[in-house]
Design a protein around this ligand. Structure first.
Ligand code: NAP
Length: 497
């Protein structure tokens, strides 16, 4: 049996796509999910300290506001609950199939549909395929010799093990990205001794976090426009950081430098020791790497039981970590806050074979990472890839997904209006979009700033910053609602124009 659509992934991206299909009147779709429950990132990540660092009024669907967020920045479990609420509210659960690992998808030109292969299951077929596999869904193990020989518990942050005994133990953590920034203060409180292995420091600015006052929750519930205003103000501030300071670096260097100065001031207030401050200060421009927000990260390093190790790691042994200088740090627990593999394992997360067997991953690697409007690729009919190059817009993922929902709305409405069954983006439209993003990125901190030492996942293996869409949220959403519909070719079952 063939469905109208298959969505791969049940995180906020997949659920947004599903809600949009329903709005378009498409009910015959399945959502295939590798994990045992919905929520994507917010189901998988469970490490202590997990919270969002984009304020919740913005980090949520605009059409499904939650007036009852407990904090200005919701904690991880609350976001998981919000995901469950959305699934129930929009009747998505009955479409979901959990523990279903998608291995690959192939376009069948004769049947004009996709065949999706799943591990140990029968293939599933559908007219349309939408992959919503997320950007940060393939945990990266560090390429450090001996990790597998470590005798104690080894825990990657994306596979948190609650049974790992941390209390009073000697804990070593590798990595100082956004995840580690949240986790380190918690580990510091529980470990007997914590050693943080930092390869590249991270910019950290203050986090204006607080418990949401009851009166504000009630006001958001009773007068929803107040929450919409809060969302708009907060989103505009984020745009100022992301769009002006990062993407329009050429014209707004002063904002970028202001952000770096704010981070340095934050550190000076919290860390008295100049040598420790020197080690924690990045030597690359603000925004080359995703900035973070925290009030308790720097203070953790001033505790008696916490050491910062900045010498390169040479190897891991059964009972500790040896640096290039030959110093050994004994450890009982090794925490890997080493992030995710985006450019080798995630673009795309599954094998996708389009028209004539065109392999998406191979094509991206042999040409350039590219996707028209960050969502469609020539040679791949009836296929939308939500986690695509140049798709991420703004700082909140919901900005991206809601833009993509608008794109789906315009595209599928056009398919229907023309009586078509297939769509495929045209080569020239794709090339024009790639040219446009490439040119606009010339103004960004990625081109003009000092990013060489940042080791940022914004850059791919060819040195291109091919993740972020260089436009404002307003421009992204306007483009999603007004792209030329003739940028796509439409066909069958009977000839269409
Ligand atoms: P990440 O930013 O990629 O950081 C990985 C860290 O591990 C880096 O410090 C990296 O050092 C280090 N590392 C990796 N391999 C290493 C090796 N072989 N030796 C030494 N160090 C190594 O990953 P993440 O912290 O998990 O964050 C990923 C993204 O998740 C964030 O940027 C953010 O978008 C998202 N996130 C969001 C929130 C939120 O609140 N919304 C919270 C957490 C995470 P180098 O920098 O030197 O490579």
């Amino acid at each position: 049996m063939s469905h109208e659509a298959i969505i791969v992934g049940t995180g906020f991206g997949g659920m947004g796509a599903a809600i949009q299909l329903k709005r378009l009147g498409i009910e015959d779709f399945v959502m295939l999910e590798r994990e045992d429950d919905l929520g994507g990132t917010w189901h998988v990540n469970r490490y202590p300290g997990l919270a969002v660092d984009i304020a919740s009024v913005t980090y949520s669907y605009s059409f499904e506001p939650n007036p009852w967020w407990s904090h200005w920045y919701a904690r991880g479990p609350e976001l998981k609950k919000y995901a469950e609420h959305v699934a129930d509210r929009y009747d998505l659960r009955r479409h979901m199939r959990f523990d279903t690992v998608v291995e690959g998808a192939t376009w069948d030109d004769d049947a004009q549909e996709w065949e999706v292969r799943t591990a140990g299951g029968d293939p599933v077929r559908a007219t349309y395929l939408i992959t919503a596999t997320g950007f940060l869904s393939q945990p990266r193990m560090p390429d450090i010799a001996g990790v597998e020989d470590f005798a104690g518990a080894v825990v990657h942050t994306a596979r948190w093990d609650d049974s790992a005994d941390l209390d009073g133990k000697r804990v070593a953590i590798i990595g100082t990205g956004a995840t580690a920034v949240q986790l380190i203060p918690r580990l510091a409180k529980r470990a007997g001794h914590l050693t943080v292995f930092q390869r590249t420091p991270i910019w950290v600015t203050p986090k204006l976090d607080y418990v949401m006052p009851r009166i504000v929750q009630r006001m958001f519930a009773a007068v929803p426009v107040t929450q919409r205003v809060a969302r708009r103000v907060n989103t505009s501030l984020l745009e100022l950081i992301m769009v002006a300071a990062v993407l329009h670096y050429r014209h707004a260097k002063i904002l970028n430098r202001g952000a770096a100065a704010a981070a340095k001031r934050h550190m000076r207030k919290q860390v008295a020791d100049p040598e420790l401050r020197r080690k924690l200060t990045p030597d690359y421009s603000f925004g080359c790497k995703r900035p973070t927000f925290s009030n308790d990260y720097y203070p953790a390093f001033t505790r008696e039981n916490v050491d910062l190790e900045t010498t390169q790691i040479e190897r891991v042994t059964a009972d500790g970590i040896v640096t290039a200088e030959g110093r050994t740090t004994p450890a009982d627990v090794l925490v890997l806050a080493t992030g995710f593999d985006m450019w080798d394992a995630n673009f795309p997360a599954i094998q996708v074979l389009g028209r004539g067997g065109k392999d998406l991953g191979a094509w991206w690697r042999s040409t350039r990472f590219q996707a028209y409007q960050g969502i469609a690729v020539p040679g791949f009919p009836n296929f939308l890839s939500l986690a695509s190059p140049y798709s991420y817009s703004g700082l909140s993922y919901f900005t991206t997904i809601e833009g993509q929902m608008k794109h789906m709305d315009r595209l599928f409405s056009e398919v229907r209006a023309r009586g078509a069954t297939t769509f495929e983006v045209k080569d020239p439209a794709n090339e024009e979009f790639l040219g446009w993003v490439t040119e606009r990125l010339d103004d960004s901190v990625f081109s003009l700033g000092s990013c060489a030492t940042a080791r940022s996942y914004y850059f791919n293996q060819h040195g291109e910053a091919a993740l972020l869409r260089p436009s404002s949220t307003i421009q992204t959403h306007r483009a999603a609602q007004s792209f030329p519909v003739d940028d796509y070719a439409y066909a069958g079952p009977t000839p269409v124009s």
